[in-house]
Write a protein that binds this ligand. Structure first.
Ligand code: IDP
Ligand code: MG
Length: 167
């Protein structure tokens, strides 16, 4: 069954110049990249992405982390990988959430760390399951930014929308 998964190269991954390594590792999956961009993460996007963790003691630091405030890199790279078993394939390559417990051959095991304050800096985000993947993809991408049709869409006309266009 074809499915899609959201991958984020987090600010620590960018700061450590790991983009190439991570994309090379992910290419082992033979999945297709169907969307990619660099994103400046707003507080609203960060809090929505990690809404399931809002009662955790590390939540405020997690928001700073994904917004790039801990690494002086106010951006993440967001990608959608698509194909057979995409979610489990990417998750397996990424390794488990705790980088100390992740196998050293995985991306998180090889490049992640736990900060002195206890935050898991684990280099990548990878959707954990189908429900998360759909929610996260819809949060990070507009339909027209993705080159395949993943979920139902509708057209709207907004007359008061302020848009910036090329001159
Ligand atoms: P996931 O990223 O493997 O899906 P989640 O439980 O969704 O794991 O957590 C989101 C992120 O929050 C993790 O990737 C990690 O950066 C951070 N995190 C999760 N649990 C902990 C924890 O117990 N201590 C510190 N940081 C954590
Ligand atoms: Mg998760």
């Amino acid at each position: 069954m074809q499915e899609a998964t959201l991958i984020l190269i987090k600010p620590d991954g960018l700061k450590k110049s790991l983009t190439g390594n991570i994309l090379t590792r992910l290419s082992e999956t033979k999945l297709e990249i169907v969307a990619a961009k660099i994103v400046r993460v707003s507080r609203e996007l960060a809090e929505a992405h990690y809404a399931h963790l809002k009662n955790e003691p590390f939540f405020p630091e997690l928001i700073k982390y994904i917004q790039g405030e801990l690494h002086d890199r106010r951006k993440v790279m967001a990608l959608i990988y698509w194909g057979e078993e995409a979610i489990v394939k990417c998750r397996r390559l990424a390794g488990v959430t705790n980088p100390e417990q992740a196998e050293s051959t995985t991306i998180r095991g090889a490049y992640g760390r736990i900060t002195t304050s206890g935050l898991y800096e684990n280099v990548v985000h990878v959707s954990a399951n189908r429900v998360d993947a759909e929610r996260e993809i819809k949060l990070w991408f507009m339909p027209d930014e993705i080159i395949v049709d993943l979920f139902p869409t509708k057209e709207i006309i907004k007359s008061h929308l302020r848009l910036r266009i090329w001159v």
